[in-house]
Design a protein around this ligand. Structure first.
Ligand SMILES: [Zn+2]
Length: 130
């Protein structure tokens, strides 16, 4: 009789034994490359409001621009403005925290009156990014 194989082994050895491909994304070798060149460090910034570290893309960069009467805290949505920058979550909570702890002056190395209107306007009406 050729029917010597126990039929129960077949069912157990099919679905469980298929080797799973490791879920390595294509971005990983690139991430390692960036880490070795030191550029990946740039991705994480600290919010000057809540002091949480966050991905740079979730924070808004701000720079100090000297205006006629005050230093204008200017949101730098494209990341292109020159000068010393700081990062903040674009939320009222983090804006308030940053104001209360005078984080703008410290982070941007500025003194005197600050004009936060542009930043506040951005946070209060976060329209679609142009
Ligand atoms: Zn924050």
């Amino acid at each position: 009789m050729p029917d010597s194989q126990p039929s129960s082994r077949d069912g157990a050895s099919t679905s469980d034994r298929i080797p799973r491909l490791p879920t390595v994304t294509a971005a990983e070798p690139m991430a390692r490359l960036l880490r070795e060149t030191g550029r990946l460090v740039e991705v994480v910034r600290t919010c000057i409001g809540c002091r949480q570290r966050a991905d740079r893309t979730t924070l808004v960069r701000i720079v100090a621009v000297q205006g006629p009467t005050a230093v204008v805290v200017t949101p730098d949505r494209n990341g292109t403005l020159p000068g010393r920058g700081a990062h903040l979550h674009p939320t009222n909570r983090c804006l308030e925290l940053a104001v209360r702890r005078k984080a703008f002056g410290r982070a941007l190395r500025i003194e005197g009156p600050l004009d936060l209107d542009a930043l506040a306007a951005l946070i209060k009406s976060p329209g679609p990014s142009a």
